[in-house]
Design a protein around this ligand. Structure first.
Ligand code: FE
Length: 197
């Protein structure tokens, strides 16, 4: 049989299942708990949490100040938090600075705020190119930045995760917090897109 057949699972999935079954066998974890954990981040958390944080920061300067000072504490005010993020550093985009987030080592990501990371975030191409040639990579992902805009790339580690606070689009002055939140995409909070009206 061809070991490289497309019908086979990726090696990461095979390895993860093997490790999980060993841990279950040894009584370290139980399968139902693992399934519950994955379902929680896939279905219950998601980027909508982060979008609420961004919208609140746009509406409320005091909240924004607290968010910039201590990301996790401010997110906790909106009921967001949990494992996989010990410290959340919020970086703000402006007309002159654009921030983008990567984890060059693996796939560190602010799970309690944005849910599970997208597949491309974990790819070696994204992880290496975001530090080597961020402008070009961003342009390929659909975000062409003015050459005058400074690009700052933040490399996540297990202790510190990042959240991009995008620029509020013009023409949203009369929007409610819910309307603003509906505009904010996951990609804008990773820094590979802007928020558009
Ligand atoms: Fe990582």
């Amino acid at each position: 049989m061809d070991n490289h057949s497309n019908t086979e699972k990726p090696w990461q999935a095979v390895r993860t299942e093997a490790v999980e079954s060993l841990l279950v066998e040894l009584g370290v974890i139980d399968s139902a708990r693992v399934d519950e954990f994955v379902r929680h981040y896939e279905e219950k958390v998601g980027p909508k949490g982060g979008a609420r944080v961004v919208a609140r920061a746009w509406m409320d300067p005091d909240f924004k100040a607290r968010l910039m000072a201590d990301g996790l504490a401010a997110c906790a005010e909106l009921g967001l938090g949990g494992p996989e993020t010990e410290k959340l550093h919020v970086v703000e985009n402006s007309a002159t600075v654009h921030n983008a987030v990567v984890c060059t080592l693996c796939s560190c990501y602010p799970w309690p705020i944005l849910g599970v990371p997208p597949a491309w975030y974990k790819s070696s191409a994204y992880r290496s190119r975001m530090v080597r040639e961020p402008r070009r990579l961003l342009a390929e992902m659909g975000l062409v930045l003015d050459p005058a805009v400074e690009v700052r790339v933040w490399d996540s580690v297990s202790e510190i995760r990042y959240l991009v606070l995008p620029e509020r689009p013009a023409g949203t002055e009369s929007f409610t917090e819910e309307q603003l939140a509906s505009l904010v995409s996951r990609d804008a909070m990773i820094g590979v897109a802007k928020v558009a009206l």
